[in-house]
Design a protein. Structure first.
Length: 463
């Protein structure tokens, strides 16, 4: 912000949920900064507070409701604060927010984010409280202003047409809407020109991309179009659906050197009957066959996944099938969830809900197995050197830097110099469930130029 333009006040933004929400939050921050508000970490004194919310599981809802309670107190001391709730929970609860929480002034759904500045100003002028959850303005924003200097998220599609029976996303994010291929490609090229070296393509179901475009396109078209983009070192995407992972997409990924082996591929369950009731459109054998074909094509493949335990009707035997699939697929990492019934979804209406104690017992057993596998997989890399994109200082230990390998694993290493945004070669010393602790061997001294670490001691010049 130029010095001539004084800040009108501060805003506090709290983001819940997935990458898509983080992306949307970038847009909200950008809009508030255009209004000349500056970010603050202090929710009590902020002039504008925004909660960008998630409703994927009941505990996501509860977190937001709980935090809103605290804001009642803040508002008592800071009565001019404007409190806005945006995103998926806002879409789901709508008007109810205003009725339930007197401290909330603005509710904006997933399709109305660009209305935030206008509505905030109207509240400030004393025009009332507002709810906007209409499915309009489905345009892709080019305004996102990611703060991250080395990595950018680029939306390729919004919404989802899969209607998995456990999932609320299609209800709150709407139908699949793909962004034109040329727009995706030009945005990726723009962010790369601006210095971003890693791009994460975002969509609820990225490999269903383009089915709604005329002429039709597919996810492979994006990967092919981005091949050879100068400066694009790492290409990631989130999340693909196993049933839409065609051989042509696998081939396109294998053929693009920027493709990172760390791929997130949600499986949800390892039992065919449960998969069918979840409406996932693949069997466990088809999933494992896909994994084998991906491994053959992408040699550094390192899969992570999402798994739900205790979907309605899931028996112990069916849960055992999930454990068996986990043993065979050998995921590097898994996000594991206890099924949470979501209002309006078919799963919520199934009468054979699994008791909470059974779900949490299964979740613990699954986590224990997956943790063992993650450590075993990670140990195989001990002693090897991997390439890390440095993300910044470790929050727990400021003497360390932290970053990710192409495999997606988190890696910490000691280093005094701040190498944020640079690539480093790190030798893995010790493997953990979450990733690695390593030792810096070499790093880029400038973009694309490598130097060995530690640098040779300089010889004092004697006059
Ligand atoms: N396609 C999205 C999925 C979003 S939901 C994506 O891009 O990742 C993220 C994960 O939450 C899902 O893969 C699923 O494992 C889990 N999930 C979704 N609905 C759930 C529910 N009702 N209960 C428990 N977990 C759920
Ligand atoms: Fe949800 Fe299934 Fe779409 S998990 S986001 S309905 S692919």
């Amino acid at each position: 912000m130029s010095e001539a333009v004084r800040s009108l006040g501060t805003y506090y933004l709290q983001t819940y949920g997935c990458q898509m929400n983080e992306y949307d939050s970038e847009l909200i921050s950008w809009m508030l900064e255009q209004m000349h508000y500056a970010p603050t970490d202090d929710p009590a004194t902020a002039d504008i507070a925004v909660f960008n919310t998630c409703c994927i599981r009941d505990n996501a809802d509860q977190k937001v409701y709980g935090r809103l309670g605290e804001f009642k107190g803040f508002k008592r001391d800071n009565p001019n604060q404007v409190l806005a709730v945006s995103g998926c929970l806002a879409q789901k609860d709508g008007e109810e927010f205003l009725q339930r929480f007197s401290q909330v002034d603005v509710v904006v759904g997933t399709h109305n984010l660009t209305e935030v500045p206008d509505l905030v100003q109207r509240v400030q002028r004393g025009e009332g409280r507002f709810v906007r959850v209409e499915r309009v303005g489905d345009s892709f924003s080019l305004l996102a202003n990611p703060r991250n200097t080395h990595s950018a998220m680029v939306t390729i599609s919004m919404g989802c047409d899969q209607w998995c029976t456990f999932c609320i996303v299609p209800y709150v994010r709407g139908k699949l809407k793909s962004r034109p291929l040329e727009q995706v490609v030009s945005e990726v090229k723009r962010v790369v020109r601006e210095g971003r070296r890693e791009v994460m393509l975002l969509g609820q179901n990225v490999n269903d991309y383009g089915r709604d475009l005329t002429p039709k396109k597919d996810f492979g078209d994006i990967i092919r179009a981005l091949k050879g983009t100068p400066g694009l070192d790492r290409l990631r995407f989130m999340s693909p659906h196993p049933a839409y992972f065609t051989q042509s997409v696998i081939d396109a990924l294998a053929d693009n050197p920027a493709t990172c082996g760390g791929i997130h591929l949600p499986v949800q369950s390892g039992d065919d009957e449960v998969l069918k009731r979840m409406r996932r459109k693949y069997t466990s054998a088809e999933f494992l066959d896909l994994v084998a074909r991906m491994r053959a094509a992408i040699p550094d493949l390192s899969l992570s996944t999402d798994i739900i335990v205790g979907f309605p009707g899931e028996t112990e035997e069916q849960f055992q099938n999930t454990l068996e699939l986990v043993r065979q697929a050998r995921f590097r990492n898994a996000f594991m969830f206890s099924y949470s019934p979501r209002p309006g979804t078919p799963g919520n209406l199934f009468t054979d809900q699994v008791p909470e104690e059974v779900k949490s017992d299964r979740l613990q057993r699954l986590i224990a197995l997956q943790n063992e596998i993650a450590v075993e997989e990670n140990r195989m890399l001990e002693g090897q050197t991997i390439e890390i994109m440095v993300e910044g200082r470790s929050k727990k230990d400021a003497t360390r830097l932290t970053g990710r390998g192409r495999c997606g694993r988190l890696t910490h290493f000691q280093c005094e110099e701040d190498l944020t945004g640079r690539l480093a070669r790190v030798r893995i010393q010790k493997a953990f469930v979450w990733g690695f602790q390593g030792e810096l061997e070499a790093c880029e001294s400038r973009l694309g130029e490598w130097s060995l670490v530690p640098p040779a001691p300089s010889i004092p010049v004697v006059a």
